[in-house]
Design a protein around this ligand. Structure first.
Ligand code: ZN
Length: 193
């Protein structure tokens, strides 16, 4: 396996029209394995093929794990998905605002409103059909990745033009809020992919 290099904005491949995957051959399996390795090394929870310079309808996603009372990851609660030619065919009307980051927009976090629950259909890495429902943070990650396959980035969908921060600004805001409230802030999970 080998680590791939991640493309950042304003590279045009991030805006390119993607092609459906039609061949489920050894070359595709290698590409998928390399994408998984690249995502993990970058501490991302998702990586779409355009982000490694390939305009294909393919993304890998690793959902956030459940944690025990001490905040340690519970083994076996992190799920890995390979999604090919995916389509969101149902969404709830309920939405939630949340923070997202992107490996192609390093150093920034922005607020995006996403559907709470979605249903996705597509193919797995062997070309088998799947349909599955995702909720909450998992639903957010899938919406973010499937947007990548349509040339859409989270910065296109900010809740307001100013609702994007550098990681340093965000840390500062968090500390100030903490001082004001004088109570521990709930840790917001961040989608980094
Ligand atoms: Zn992204």
């Amino acid at each position: 396996m080998s680590k791939l290099s991640i493309v950042a904005i304003p590279d045009e491949v991030l805006r390119a029209k993607t092609r459906p995957v039609t061949k489920f051959d050894a070359e595709l399996q290698q590409l998928i394995d390399d994408m998984i390795e690249t995502m993990r090394e970058a501490n991302g929870v998702g990586l779409a093929a355009p982000q490694i310079g390939r305009p294909l309808k393919l993304a890998v996603i690793e959902t956030l794990p459940e944690e025990d009372d001490d905040g340690n990851e519970i083994d076996g609660t992190r799920d890995l998905f390979v999604i090919i030619n995916p389509e969101i065919y149902w969404t709830t009307r309920e939405t939630t605002k949340g923070l997202e980051g992107c490996l192609s927009i390093p150093g920034y976090l922005g607020e995006v409103e996403r559907a709470d629950s979605i249903r996705v259909r597509g193919l797995d890495r062997h070309g088998r059909k799947f349909r599955q429902r995702f909720d909450d943070w998992d639903a957010r990650i899938f919406q973010h990745e499937i947007d990548h396959l349509n040339g859409v980035l989270y910065i296109d969908k900010l809740t307001g033009p100013d609702n994007i921060w550098t990681e340093e600004e965000f840390e500062q805001m968090r500390e100030e809020r903490q001082k004001l409230k004088d109570q521990p802030q709930e840790h917001d999970p961040v989608v980094g992919d």
